[in-house]
Design a protein around this ligand. Structure first.
Ligand SMILES: Cc1cc2nc3c(=O)[nH]c(=O)nc-3n(C[C@H](O)[C@H](O)[C@H](O)COP(=O)(O)O)c2cc1C
Ligand SMILES: O=C(O)C(=O)c1ccccc1
Length: 363
């Protein structure tokens, strides 16, 4: 990992309210999955290929919802104005300037229309995607989808891994329960069932099913990604229900603390999907080397969550820009070291488990 990215949590901790720092940093339960997401990458090695004669590299990837100049997008995270006064406006500008996508969350502290406008002010052709939780009141879901469309979003990301809120011990200890005065989940204003100007709660509901997704898909012609898939059978169902892409994710270790590390769940999902739709991986990506390993295991791109929040807290828009720049530079370097020209040159045969792979083959 670049020393700069490794040092970011401490830089952010120095400027953030400790309650907000722990809200961002924390995971569910004993934080086993939180640690495993990063640790699993360190258990994997990449076999370089030599003498492939690739002189120029092209890091771009084409996905339903936009072309990315690097295979790294910004995963949806809540409440960016807790990190920096510019909040999602800064994140959107940095993503657009880097030629990548911000997945702006329903729990953003800036309304989606303003987020898209900020992205376009940095790059006229910028794509912003909108993340939502399917709401048990489907009129509310329909309203959110319409807001995203009207704002000009290029894709929707539906998060499926949260039938209930994760229980975060750090929140229980510190009590992050309310946003400070003046901040709100702006996309949840003026929705059906709330008083005018009021902000509705984002509901998590175990009653949500594939039938809700079918109805959501009928509301929109935008590509719909499904986020939070770990079981290969769910990946197959997602394809059958018309999802344009799948995000393999354990929510950054914030939902079930019994989930596997995200990168360890990736290959089985990639196999089950068998190329029918692209698969994105998020959770624990902290370096360009991690990006390369995930792509070699079959991801079309990766999402980064916390490093972006740390960059935003430490330095605002330039901090987010630097996170993306470091990941781009490191990924480009690793690709060159593997003799690769583009992401397609990173194939699964390059990945071995440290401490077992090479010796197991010799044995
Ligand atoms: C503070 C925080 C808030 C998050 N909020 C959301 C959210 O509102 N919706 C969602 O789908 N995922 C949310 N996530 C999960 C991220 O999209 C992503 O899956 C995770 O952060 C990736 O792991 P990483 O932080 O190790 O990169 C959140 C993550 C964090 C850390
Ligand atoms: O904190 C989270 O991980 C998260 O997903 C979320 C969802 C809704 C509101 C706030 C946070």
């Amino acid at each position: 990992m670049s020393t700069w990215i490794a040092g970011l949590p401490e830089q952010a901790r120095a400027v953030l309210d400790p309650v907000h720092y722990d809200y961002y940093a924390g995971g569910v339960g004993d934080e086993v999955v939180l640690g495993e997401n990063e640790a699993a990458f360190r258990r994997l090695a990449l076999l370089p290929r030599v003498l492939r004669g690739r002189s120029e590299r092209d890091l771009s990837v084409e996905l339903p919802g936009g072309r990315l100049d690097l295979p790294v997008l910004i995963a949806p995270t809540a409440f960016h104005r807790l990190a920096h006064p510019d909040g999602e406006l800064a994140t959107a500008r940095a993503a657009a300037a880097a030629g990548t996508v911000l997945v702006s969350g329903v729990a953003a502290t800036v309304a989606i229309g303003e987020v898209v406008a900020a992205a376009r002010s940095a790059a006229a052709d910028a794509s912003v995607w909108f993340q939502l939780y399917p709401q048990p009141d489907e009129d509310v879901t329909a309203c959110l989808v319409e807001r995203a469309e009207r704002a000009g979003c290029a894709a929707l990301v539906v998060t499926a891994d949260s039938p209930v809120f994760g229980r975060h011990r750090r929140d229980a200890e510190h009590g992050f329960h309310d946003l400070p005065a003046g901040l709100a989940a702006e996309n949840m204003r003026d929705l059906p069932g709330a008083p005018p100007g009021g902000v509705r709660d984002i509901e998590m509901s175990p009653s949500v099913s594939w039938a809700h997704l079918d109805r959501l898909r009928e509301l929109t012609s935008l590509p719909v990604w499904l986020k939070g898939v770990l079981h290969p059978a769910d990946a197959v169902l997602a394809v059958e229900h018309g999802m344009a892409g799948i995000v393999v994710s354990n929510h950054g270790g914030r939902q079930s603390d019994l989930a596997p590390a995200a990168v360890e769940a990736l290959p089985a999902v990639v196999d089950a999907v068998a190329g029918r739709v692209p698969v994105v991986l998020d959770g624990g990506v902290r370096s360009g080397g991690d990006v390369a390993v995930a792509l070699a295991l079959g991801a079309a791109a990766v999402g980064v969550g916390r490093p972006v929040l740390w960059g935003l807290a430490a330095a605002g828009e330039p901090g987010v820009a630097r996170v993306l720049d470091v990941l781009r530079d490191e990924f480009d370097h690793v690709l060159a070291l593997c003799g690769g020209r583009d992401p397609a040159d990173l194939t699964r045969d390059l990945v071995v488990a440290r401490g077992t792979g090479v010796f197991a083959r010799c044995g």
